[in-house]
Design a binder for this molecule. Structure first.
Ligand SMILES: *Cc1c(COP(=O)(O)O)cnc(C)c1O
Length: 379
């Protein structure tokens, strides 16, 4: 899968997105289909049913795609599924949980949060307690992999307590979907959102909501936004296969190809397996260089890894970033409040060779800076 590095090779994106895509996914975009073209309508249908199948929802669930980056569909989910008389309990252990709080504030939705430290997973027993204490809470919103740190939240446990309390669950699975399994038979959710460009390795430009059909039906009239009205988008697609407004045609063609490659790789287990191998290689190699991960291995999702900033006074993050970038590897700054850090992703069209290449680049740049160890404690 690796394409040789040449002078005009695009950089490898060790980031949370946009991500490296395959050449064939990019090539799938070399067409201009009209939105009423039967070929395009068929592709939409295929993409939507494949996504529904991914959550084992063929009879019970529907896929509603939406133009925009991932946040657009997170906003659509919250503002459509939580009715104005409802109240949502948001589970927060990072920036994407906080973003859901902002969305609710913008839409004037009644919301409250349970908050954990960024290096702690959300705890389902605290959720159960809160639901018992407050009968007015109608929905619970949770982030699957909190990309701020790369921590994996226990969504099945959360789903079990939410179902036991007979409330509705909303999941932001943006950075995990396609790499970690989510089955509607194992976890009861009203809606789950993800996007074309994370673990499914399409081009950025659209998100999608996988919703229980009865819950989606019940959202009719809830939306306070024309563009984000998922119910109307769904009705339109079901009626004539059309998006309501100009669809991101090229993005959908790329996504169709990306889903084909996802299936060829063995679906969630193949894709997740490659990412896990990437993650293990990266973490092992970085630890050999003295770096420390923020998270213990058992909390780490195989998506993106947070490393603590080295203590050595000769370490300069901008030089480190630029040195890696010069060698073709793009990493990501940290987004933490608890510790100085940076992140390296292991998703997108990257394999063991890219991880080894990135580790070699890290070693070289440390040598150039005169940094002997990446340890965050030893100077
Ligand atoms: C990437 C991501 C999003 C969406 O971000 P956009 O920049 O709008 O695409 C939402 N939630 C999580 C957990 C993410 O990782």
């Amino acid at each position: 899968m690796s394409e040789s590095t040449t002078a005009d090779q695009d950089p490898w994106l060790l980031t949370p997105g946009p991500l490296t895509t395959s050449r064939t996914v990019k090539e799938a975009m070399l067409h201009d289909y009209g939105s009423r073209d039967q070929r395009f309508i068929d592709i939409n249908h295929r993409v939507r049913s494949r996504l529904v199948d991914l959550v084992d929802g063929a009879d019970s669930h529907a896929c509603v795609p939406l133009q925009g980056s991932g946040t657009f569909v997170v906003e659509a989910m919250l503002s459509n599924f939580v009715p104005s008389e409802g109240k949502v309990l948001i589970l927060v252990n990072g920036a994407y949980g906080q973003r859901m709080e902002s969305i609710c504030a913008y839409h004037g939705l009644s919301a409250e949060s349970l908050i954990w430290a960024e290096d702690e997973p959300v705890d389902s027993s605290a959720v159960a307690e809160r639901l018992t204490a407050d009968a007015s809470i109608s929905h619970v919103a949770v982030v699957h992999c909190e990309t701020t740190t790369g921590i994996l939240n226990p969504i099945e446990e959360v789903g079990a307590v939410v179902a036991a309390a007979d409330r509705a669950l909303l999941i932001d699975s943006m950075s995990a979907f396609g790499a970690l399994p989510v089955s509607s038979r194992r976890i009861r959710f009203d809606a789950l959102v993800a996007s074309s460009n994370k673990c499914l390795e399409g081009a950025p430009g659209m998100g999608f909501c996988l919703a229980a059909k009865d819950a989606l039906e019940a959202t009719q009239g809830n939306s306070d936004s024309l563009c984000l009205d998922l119910y109307q988008q769904w009705r339109g697609l079901e009626a004539n296969g059309q998006w309501r407004f100009t669809p991101p045609t090229h993005c959908i063609l790329a996504f169709d190809q990306a889903l084909r490659e996802f299936d060829e790789e063995g679906g969630v287990s193949g894709r997740g397996g490659r990412y896990r191998a990437n993650c293990n290689l990266l973490v092992t190699g970085m630890r050999e260089l003295g770096f420390e991960t923020l998270l213990p291995d058992e909390l780490q999702a195989p998506i993106i890894v947070t490393f603590r900033m080295p203590a050595d006074a000769a370490f300069d993050f901008q030089l480190f970033y630029d040195g890696l970038s010069d060698r073709g590897y793009i990493i990501y700054p940290g987004k933490l409040t608890i510790a100085e850090s940076f992140r390296m992703g292991c998703i997108g069209r990257l394999d063991a060779n890219h991880m080894r290449g990135a580790l070699n680049a890290v070693r070289e740049v440390m040598g150039e800076m005169g940094v002997a160890s990446g340890s965050p404690t030893a100077g």
